[in-house]
Write a protein that binds this ligand. Structure first.
Ligand code: URA
Length: 238
């Protein structure tokens, strides 16, 4: 599945599947919509935040509030724009009142993220804040100890350069943190210029972590739940 057109189609199908997700009953009940992620489907650089907030839940797009404005500014400072990158979150649904994601919710949602990595194939994945950093590093070390230190990690079947960063929301109100985030950001072009790491099983076709929508067992018997059509309107073109 190395063809970018095919990977983009898979990403669109995953988007359509995610829109009907009810794995986390509370989030499915309280969200306005699933915030799948947005940007370039063939990006070399992916950002993974925590979870949608109020504005993201309203607009269906990641990082559209104050933290998003700062992210845009930091991207511009290294010569990049949203259309160059893919931006998503650890959780695709807003936790009510912006509470922290629960561990079970992170577990329920991680398949979407792993499939996004498999389909977009970024070279560099920047985790923003503790939740994404802990999930994708696979341990409980906080971002304060590992920010700005790139490492090779395997996510699903893809080897990537993982680059933990402070969350822009944390940097909004703390000048010292903003300075550190900006300095860490300044190294992104250098990381993007490094050769792509070797992948563990280059020939094995990746198994989607999120199962494909079930096909009806008999003609005329609808699969339950009804999958969203892959042609569902798509936000934040990817
Ligand atoms: N914070 C996040 O982690 N993600 C968003 O999409 C917005 C704010």
């Amino acid at each position: 599945m190395s063809n970018p057109t095919e990977r983009r189609e898979r990403l669109k199908e995953l988007y359509a599947t995610s829109r009907g997700c009810v794995r986390c009953p509370q989030l499915a009940e309280t969200r306005r919509q699933v915030v799948f992620g947005a940007g370039n489907a063939d990006a070399d650089l992916m950002f993974v935040g925590e979870a949608p907030g109020k504005h993201e839940d309203e607009q269906g797009l990641p990082f559209v509030g104050q933290a998003g404005k700062l992210l845009d500014q930091l991207l511009a400072e290294v010569g990049l724009a949203r259309g160059d990158v893919f931006i998503c979150n650890t959780l695709k649904c807003r936790p009510p009142g912006n509470r922290d994601p629960h561990p079970i919710e992170i577990d329920n949602c991680q398949g979407y993220l792993f499939d996004q990595v498999a389909y977009v194939r970024p070279k560099v994945v920047c985790t923003l804040g503790n939740f994404a950093t802990k999930l994708l590093r696979g341990d409980q070390t906080g971002v304060t100890r590992v920010h700005g230190q790139e490492e090779l990690r395997v996510i699903g079947t893809r080897a990537v350069r993982l680059y933990p960063l402070y969350h822009p929301a944390a940097a909004l109100y703390t000048r010292a943190m903003l300075d550190v985030l900006r300095a860490d950001f300044a190294r992104i072009p250098e990381l993007l210029a490094l050769p792509e790491p070797d992948h563990p099983a280059p020939d094995a076709p990746p198994e989607p972590a999120v199962p494909e929508p079930e096909i009806a067992a008999e003609p005329g018997v609808a699969a339950d739940p009804e999958p969203e059509p892959a042609t569902a309107p798509q936000l934040g073109l990817f």
